[in-house]
Design a protein around this ligand. Sequence first.
Ligand code: PGA
Ligand code: ZN
Length: 417
Amino acid sequence: MSTLIEDVTARKIINSRGDATIEVDVITTEGFGRASAPSGASTGRAEVVPFPEGGVEEAVRKVEELIAQEIIGLYADEQEEIDRLLHELDGTENFKNIGGNTAFAVSLAVADAAADSYGLPLFQYLGGFLASDLPYPLGNVLGGGKHALGKVPDIQEFLVLPVGAESFSNAVEANVAVHKKLKSLLKKVDSTFTGGKGDEGAWAPNISNDEALEVVFTACKEVSEEIGFSCRVGVDFASSSLWDPKKRCYVYARDDLTRDTGEQLDYILGLIEKYNIVYVEDPFHEDDFESFKELTSKAHGCLICGDDLFVTNVKRLRQGIEYHAGNAIIIKMNQVGTFTDTLETTRLAKENGYVTVVSHRSGETSSSHISHLAVALNAPIIKTGVVGGERIAKLNELVRIEEIIGERARMAKLRII
Ligand code: PGA
Ligand code: ZN
C-alpha cells in the first residue's frame, strides 16, 4: 500500500467555457491520482492568482520542470508537507509564480493518488468512517450577471435549496424539477425566451430582477407542493460585479436603477421577507464587512454567505469573525490554492458557527472532487448547479457516495440561523 510518488505530469485541457486549464496526474507505487482546475468569471480580488505569467502552458512547464522533481520521492499522504512545499516553491503570498490553479491541481491530485493507493474513495480517505453526511445541493436555476449575455437579470444567480429533502437523491430530483418547471413558466413571462442558458446551466431569460425572483419563487412553491417537501429560494448577488466604486452604488443596469448601500440593505431585507429567502450570497461588495454585519444581524432565518468577501482565505475569514459579518462561507479550494489551506479555513469557519458551502466555479471540468470534499469536510451545503455535464458530474458522484455509505448515510445537519 505504498503512496510513494513516482511520477507527476501535467497537461493543458479545456473547461466548460472552452477555456484552457491545467490537469495534473500523480502516480504512486500503488495508485494514481488526477485533478483539474476550475476557473471563475466573477472572481474575488483577494483570490490567489490562477495562472503564472505565460498562462496554462507556463503552469504545465512549472509542474514538469520545477514541482515534479521536488515531489517525486515524497509520500502522497504527506499532504501538509507537499502543500507547504508548493508555497515554498512559489515564494509569494498569492501563488503568483506557480499559479493558484497549478497548486490546486497538484495538491488535489496528490490527495487523489493517496486515496487510490489505499484503495479508498477520496471522501473516505480524507474523512474516514465518520464521513457519512450528505450535503444539500444548492442549485443555480436562473441567472445573469457575468455568467450570461444580453438583457438578462443583473443578479448573478437565483438558486434553489431543497431544505426538506430526506436523501441526496431526492434533493437532486427536486432541483431538477424546479429547473424544468421554470422552463415552462419562463415561456409565459418572456415571449423572447429561446431556452438559452448561462455558464452554469441556469436559464438566462430577458426579464427583470424582480420578475426573476417572482418566477423562481413560484417554481419552488409549486414543486414543493408536488414533491411533498420544502424547496426554498437562494440568491447570489455577486455584488462586487454590481458595485461602482466611483459612484458608490450598486448598478442594476437591466432595471435602469442604482442603489446606495443603505438602499441595497433595505432591498435585500425586503426580498428575504417577501420570498422567504433562505440563502443570500455576496449581498455587498467584497470589502464591505460592515454592511455584511448589519444584514446578518437583521436577517433572521437566512444564511448570509461570503464568497468574494472571504475567498476561502483564513485571514479574511478572521476579519469577518471579528465583525460578525455573515454566518456562512463559500469554500472554493482554488481561491486559496491547496487542500491544507482549505482545511484550515473550513475548520475556523466551523469553530465559529459559520455554515460551510463547498462550491463549484462557473468554468468547470468534469472532475467530481468537490463532491468528495463536501462529504469529507462535513459541509451542510454543496453549490454545484443543476444541469450540464460538468455539473451533473458532481451531483451523480454524490448519488454514488450516498450509495457507498449505505444505511449510515443521512443528510447533513443544516442549521439555518
Ligand atoms: P465564479 O463565481 O464565476 O467566480 O465561479 C461563481 C460565484 O460567484 O459563486
Ligand atoms: Zn458567488
